[in-house]
Ligand binder design. Structure first.
Ligand code: GAP
Length: 535
């Protein structure tokens, strides 16, 4: 799939715009237009409904170790600064970056790759931003330029090994940066905390500094006790939250994939330590199924279990659900969602003080004065089982998804071009978004075939009936073929045409976006027919 075509469709049809577009945009920030906002709301609603409100608390769902409760929460974006000290974000949530003194560009150290090239006694590490074939092509072209060679002299350059990460290179003086003409312009890697800082209060100073949350998860942990005390939930149970998160990403890129402001859909699932491994497997499989059920193709989705060395200190297992985004080199996948077994790290840290991630078993991290480096709340976050009287700190399984990444994956999957006849029966290329009906921004469009003979009146009456239930659209302008095309691009699954026959027998034509099949249905059955097909 051609990513440029999708990006241009998104702008042309009002799915996504660059934030502050008229001022030239702001890197890493995106706005959802009239169609995009409906798509994203539908994704969030599908997630909330499937995970929370329609969850059956009486029966164990397929693959679950037992029945469980689900509830929700909506926390503030700015929280007490101590939250981020105990969560580890204050000390640990950073990336390493390198700056280019020549191009003034900044890169994430771990995202640059390159290859050693040697010519005429000169050995240079040619760095690039892409991977795979694209990365190789970039390094070849840039080496020719650097050594002042023509394409037919390419074999004079001796290359060592495959593309490797810049993190493996110590000799930065021998590196040609991705946008530099001279060698040795990259600075040493520097740490950069990804949290956005702000000041609370009109008279506030540095001591009133707070952070915009980099994840919604911590708001759930710090409300664990409130939820247990104010509801009748019993372990095992989950708390879900959807909301904005902010990360000052060094290199926002790939359309909305890595943004600085984005929305997360997170569940913290609290369970007994003994059954936590079973719950981890349940959530991993359940979440993968959710993406498939909403239309992501099996061959473009993978579940990648983290290797031992990738796991966080406290994690007994983490898996990423990854999608073959079209902007990635062939064979590479990008993270859609992470499912992590977090043990009791978070509740203990908020109770006792930030734990030392290197300690075994985990212990509170101490400062030079021998006191906790970051003090916890001191509140009792243990849980007492009413039946067994057993008291313990629950373990947590965390399925953490990104609403914007999901929207991007669903758009990439849905984008397609095929052939369909125009009004004169001539085959034309058709751009269509084959979105799952639950996600489609507009569920159905109503067209009177012509603007006379009572057809608009019938079409408007149907529009008003259906509008009470779904986001439907009325269009009487232009040739009907053109109207179909516009709805295909918007991803509308059904178009309903009111024509001459409607006036005789009160039947309409329904057209299916994907198969292009058309069939007649009585006006009075339209709502039921759509309800059946929009599930
Ligand atoms: N509480 C765990 C946590 O936040 P994460 O892997 O850092 O884990 C979870 O983030 C999900 O949030 C990712 O899988 C991704 O979908 C989304 N996400 C993270 N950073 C993002 C960014 N800069 N832009 C868009 N989505 C992002």
């Amino acid at each position: 799939m051609d990513m440029d075509k999708l990006v241009s469709l998104c702008k042309r049809r009002g799915f996504l715009f660059q934030s502050s577009d008229i001022y030239g945009g702001l890197q890493g920030f995106w706005d959802y237009g009239p169609l995009g906002v409906e798509l994203k709301r539908n994704i969030k609603e599908a997630w909330w409904r499937d995970m929370v409100t329609s969850h059956d608390e009486l029966e164990p769902p397929v693959g679950a170790p037992s029945a469980y409760d689900m509830t929700g929460l909506d926390c503030t974006i700015i929280m007490h600064p101590q939250v981020w000290k105990c969560s580890g974000h204050y000390d640990l949530f950073h990336d390493f970056m390198v700056d280019c003194r020549e191009s003034k560009k900044r890169y994430r150290h771990d995202q640059l790759r390159g290859r050693w090239a040697e010519y005429d006694g000169r050995r240079v590490f040619i760095a690039c931003e892409g991977g795979g074939e694209e990365g190789l092509a970039q390094t070849h072209a840039r080496a020719l330029k650097l050594f002042n060679l023509r394409a037919k002299q390419a074999e004079r350059i001796a290359w060592t090994g495959e593309l490797i990460s810049l993190t493996e290179i110590d000799a930065l003086a021998q590196v040609l940066g991705p946008d530099a003409k001279a060698v040795g312009t990259l600075t040493d890697p520097r740490e950069f905390n990804l949290m956005f800082k702000t000041i609370v209060g009109a008279l506030g100073g540095e001591e009133d500094a707070a952070f915009l949350r980099p994840e919604t998860a911590q708001g759930i942990f710090v409300n664990f006790k409130n939820v247990v005390d104010s509801t009748r939930v019993k372990i095992p149970f989950g708390i879900a939250q959807i909301g904005k998160s902010f990360r000052n990403e060094i290199t926002p890129r790939n359309f909305t994939f890595r943004s600085r402001e984005f929305e997360q859909m997170e569940i913290e699932f609290f369970c007994h330590p003994e059954s936590s491994a079973d719950w981890y497997r349940y959530w991993r499989d359940r979440r993968l199924r959710w993406y498939r059920e909403l239309g992501l193709a099996e061959e473009r989705l993978i579940l990648r279990e983290h290797e031992e060395h990738e796991l966080s200190h406290y994690s007994n297992g983490t898996a990423d659900i990854e999608y073959a985004f079209p902007f990635l080199p062939a064979g590479e996948f990008g993270e859609l969602e992470g499912i992590a077994h977090r043990g009791d790290f978070d509740l203990r840290s908020h109770m006792e003080g930030k734990l030392d991630e290197k300690s075994r078993p985990l212990q509170v991290q101490l400062g030079e004065d021998g006191k906790p480096l970051h003090r916890g709340s001191g509140k009792d976050l243990t849980y007492r089982d009413e039946v067994s009287n057993d008291r313990y700190i629950p373990h947590v399984i965390e399925p953490s998804a990104g609403a914007d990444r999901a929207a991007l994956a669903f758009l990439c999957e849905a984008f397609s071009e095929d052939e369909a006849p125009d009004e004169k029966g001539k085959m034309q290329t058709r751009t269509v978004l084959k979105l799952h009906p639950r996600l489609a921004p507009i569920k159905a469009a109503m067209f009177p075939l012509v603007k006379k003979d009572g057809m608009p009146e019938k079409a408007r009456a149907l529009y008003r009936t259906l509008k009470q239930r779904w986001n439907v659209f009325y269009d009487e302008k232009g040739a009907v073929g053109r109207r179909y095309r516009r709805q295909d691009e918007a991803g509308t699954p059904f178009c309903i045409t009111i024509d001459g026959q409607t006036l005789d027998d009160d039947t309409v034509t329904i057209r299916d976006r994907d198969s292009l099949k058309q069939w007649r249905c009585s006006l009075s059955d339209c709502e039921a027919e759509l309800a059946e097909r929009l599930r």
